[in-house]
Design a protein around this ligand. Structure first.
Ligand code: ADP
Ligand code: MG
Length: 320
């Protein structure tokens, strides 16, 4: 397609992804039918080339990562995915790239049962930017908040922590000797996070507070502690790490717990729910590990194997 306008691109690549209410992306706006008795949960996240992914990453994985970093927020809030808006700022027009990008979206739309509702497409003199705003449903008033952890609650986390950070270190050439299989596991996880979307809605039954782990486990649990007016204790050796990450970083728990980009869920829950939580994890195919507890007080504390507090200067990623 030479001389394609953005409207041609939208019709060709994005209209096939559109869901009910989007009018085949031929109107100015879409509608979302109100569902009585539910709240619409709304979240947005932007990925920028050179900051959140590498410009040369496969377009399928850029698309899927952009969607998944939003799906992890919905899951952490206990929401069921519904739809999303996509704002693309393109440094140039490359149809093969767009075609692959749209296929990546299509794959994950099917996997996570979410549809495209609209967006915006334009050119930019800057780097490629992919901004997604996602919507999901929870029963009215039941979105899981950050600020409702309570003393005596246990702390849990899904998946394994630090893999994506390890993958990023490898892509930056900061790896040492690591065999190809481990290397690929970590790099794949950086390019394509695996948020526990299926678990999200069942968390509403147990979780007192939850957050998606994007900046770093300690930084994000620090947000929960602060919003809740509580102190959170993390037992370092309990933090789940993959064999690939252990091959890369050995026993360096601080590095794993501050690396970020995990897109797993950290949550707190009353201790009496522990068995049911682990069972819900098995049902959803998601590993869930108990990593600590909530106490009266303030701040986030990491303990080593001897139960001594580990000094952590930088608890996670910050942009500025
Ligand atoms: P204009 O910017 O000229 O007003 P619009 O932004 O209204 O055009 O886009 C026309 C239609 O195409 C709208 O329905 C909009 O939601 C949709 N759209 C534009 N870009 C995208 C995109 N990247 N993904 C999905 N839908 C898009
Ligand atoms: Mg527009």
């Amino acid at each position: 397609m030479t001389g394609a306008s953005e409207f041609d691109l939208i019709a060709k690549y994005f209209a096939p992804l559109a869901g009910a209410g989007a009018f085949e992306l031929q109107d100015d706006a879409a509608t979302i039918a109100a569902r009585p008795g539910t709240d619409l949960v709304v979240t947005t996240d932007t990925l920028i080339a050179g900051v959140d992914f590498f410009e040369g990453d496969p377009p399928e994985s850029i698309a899927r990562k952009a969607l998944r970093v939003n799906l992890s927020d919905l899951a952490a809030k206990g929401a069921e995915p519904w739809g999303y808006l996509l704002s693309l700022s393109l440094p140039g027009l490359d149809e093969a790239w767009l075609d692959a990008f749209a296929r990546g979206l299509q794959d994950d739309q099917e996997r996570f049962e979410i549809v495209l509702l609209g967006g915006d497409t334009g050119a930019t003199p800057g780097p490629l930017s992919v901004a997604i705003t996602a919507f999901g449903h929870v029963p009215e008033g039941q979105m899981i908040r950050r600020g409702s952890a309570w003393a005596g609650n246990l702390v849990f986390v899904t998946g394994t922590i630090g893999d994506s950070g390890g993958g990023l270190a490898l892509l930056k050439g900061d790896g040492g000797a690591l065999d190809a299989a481990h290397r690929n596991v970590l790099i794949d996880r950086y390019r394509l996070p695996d948020p526990p979307v299926a678990l999200g809605p069942s968390l509403r039954r147990f979780a007192s507070a939850a957050i998606d782990v994007s900046d770093g486990l300690l930084a994000d649990l620090g947000h929960v502690a602060e919003a809740s007016g509580m102190r959170i204790i993390v037992e370092g050796p309990s933090v789940p790490r993959s064999p690939a990450l252990e091959a890369l970083w050995g026993g360096d728990i601080v590095r794993a717990a501050t690396a970020g980009d995990d897109y797993q869920i950290a949550f707190t829950a009353p201790a009496r729910h522990e068995a049911a939580i682990l069972e819900a994890g098995r049902d959803a195919g998601t590993r869930i590990t108990r990593i600590g507890r909530v106490e009266a007080g303030a701040g986030i504390v990491l303990l080593d194997a001897q139960g001594h507090e580990v000094e952590v200067a930088r608890k996670g990623f910050t942009h500025f």
